[in-house]
Design a binder for this molecule. Structure first.
Ligand code: GLN
Length: 483
């Protein structure tokens, strides 16, 4: 059961070979056995999960099941889910039980999927290793001395370890793709605006996007079919016709033009990662694709631009956590100003405070033009590079991350080293484009390597086709860690 695809699980449920209650219980037992060593979940609530499973079984019996009805899906703890503790990995929200559902959560609920639990993450999604979580670091199931990546590291670890059938993530600068790569799973960040951000705790609103993480491209297509959709409560949610993201999965790849940006294969890329990615490109040529050399000259500026813009937006978004309306309040304080100060000093971790300080600085009167406005201008140039590139190719490929999973604690003292983990992913968020990562081999230390596939705006169906054809020809995505 733990190796079945979502389609196989759905078929088994509809054929009554297994009930949703049985399936959910199987996963809860497996979580009880293996989560203590991985710390992939922050909150489990078997009672609520099983109540949903009973409702799904009734729906299955009535013959009104959807593709995901009865299937246990884990939710990143950034999504507000009614009645569930929703912490965003922070002490600030250690006692916040959400009174409402995020749009993404209600989409899963409407489909009859089971919320299996809330997965661990970097605090407020700020990090690339899952070490900034108030709830402790998550372990990579391929080697528990190594990080799973971040910020959706709990999700990636849970999917890789088969502690859920599939799960959600969010990606502001790489947080779906980088942990997917480091844990050997598939993950997709859609075009900005495809999934509603309503009820998804905001980090950097112009970059944040929800997306599916699972074991194959085929699974991601089913998940995205459920997650995507217009929602008037998010002003950046796009009003588009509903699409079936699985519609092109089986198209042959003859004539596909793959752009290889020279900047993605330059200094800084691990030779073992490069080898696996090059082997994947060779496989694509066998599948009928051709390769085009392209250049994204401004992407080298994407990390500095991101670390101006994302903290600026974060400093504004996180001002709501003041100890008054909800969340953590310091037990001792002298007056109102001291209450804010103590609550925020004690409620936020070091990385979050660093971002708030940077963000406040770059938005301040004296520096706004020099940093914030300048970064916005370069953001436009970065997006323009992709417009130019897509005149010559259909998809862009390269590594997802410059290295495989590093050791816990290895980059903790050096934020800039940590920030470089996202060197190939961040430009995609700055441009608002869709990007995904699929497993394409293993590096020197037997840790998984991810292949990044970047599409043009709204080209998710094509990207999933490109990924699925590779997964039909290879079996990297079926490899699972020994627990
Ligand atoms: N690692 C990046 C950061 O720390 C991206 C995080 C994300 O995508 N949420 O900001």
């Amino acid at each position: 059961m733990f190796e079945s695809s979502l389609k196989q699980l759905g078929d088994a449920l509809r054929a009554k070979k297994i009930s949703s209650v049985e399936l959910t219980q199987l996963y809860l037992d497996r979580i009880a056995a293996h989560n203590p060593a991985l710390n992939a979940y922050i909150t489990l609530n078997p009672e609520m999960s099983l109540a949903q499973a009973r409702a799904a079984d009734a729906r299955l019996a009535a013959g009104s099941a959807d593709a995901l009805t009865g299937i246990p899906v884990a939710q990143k703890d950034i999504f507000c889910a009614k009645g569930w503790l929703t912490t965003c990995g922070s002490k600030m929200l250690h006692n916040f039980v959400s009174p409402y559902d995020a749009h993404v959560i209600s989409q899963f609920n409407n489909a009859g999927a089971i919320n299996l639990g809330k997965t661990n993450m970097d605090e407020f999604a700020m990090g690339s290793s899952n070490e900034t979580s108030y709830y402790g670091a998550v372990k990579n199931p391929w080697d528990k001395a190594r990080v799973p990546g971040g910020s959706s590291g709990g999700t990636a670890s849970a999917v890789a370890a088969r502690l859920c059938a599939a799960a959600t993530g969010t990606d502001t600068g790489g947080s779906i793709r980088q942990p997917a790569a480091l844990c050997g799973i598939s993950g997709l960040k859609p075009t900005y605006g495809v999934c509603s951000r309503y009820g998804m705790i905001a980090f950097a609103s112009s970059l944040d996007q929800a997306g599916p993480m699972g074991r194959s491209a085929e699974d991601l297509a089913l998940l995205l079919n459920t997650m995507a959709g217009f929602d008037e409560r998010d002003s950046t949610s796009l009003q588009r016709d509903k699409e079936d993201y699985a519609r092109d999965l089986n198209k042959p790849l003859n004539g596909l033009r793959i752009g290889l940006p020279k900047e993605f294969f330059a200094e800084g890329l691990g030779s073992d990662v490069a080898r696996a990615v090059e082997a994947a490109i060779a496989e694509y040529k066998k599948l009928g694709a051709t390769v085009v050399d392209i250049s994204l000259p401004n992407t080298r500026l994407s990390i500095p631009v991101y670390y101006v813009l994302a903290p600026a937006e974060a400093s504004s978004n996180l001002s709501r956590f003041d100890g008054v309306r909800y969340g953590y309040r310091a037990p001792d304080y002298s007056d109102l100003a001291d209450m804010y100060e103590q609550s925020r000093s004690q409620g936020f971790g070091a990385e979050v405070k660093r971002r708030i300080m940077i963000g406040t600085y770059v938005l301040s009167h004296g520096y706004y033009d020099a940093y914030y406005i300048q970064a916005q201008k370069i953001r436009r140039l970065i997006a323009q590079d992709f417009v130019e590139a897509y005149k010559h190719c259909d998809v862009i490929m390269g590594p997802t991350s410059p290295s495989t999973a590093f050791k816990l604690g290895e980059k903790g003292d050096d934020p800039v080293q940590m920030y470089l983990s996202d060197i190939y992913t961040i430009a995609v968020n700055l441009a608002g484009l869709p990007g995904m990562s699929i497993p394409c081999g293993f590096g020197d230390n037997d840790m998984p390597v991810g292949l990044q596939i970047i599409g043009n705006y709204f080209d998710e169906a094509r990207m999933l086709n490109v990924a699925h054809q590779y997964q039909l020809a290879t079996d990297w995505h079926n490899r699972a860690p020994q627990l």
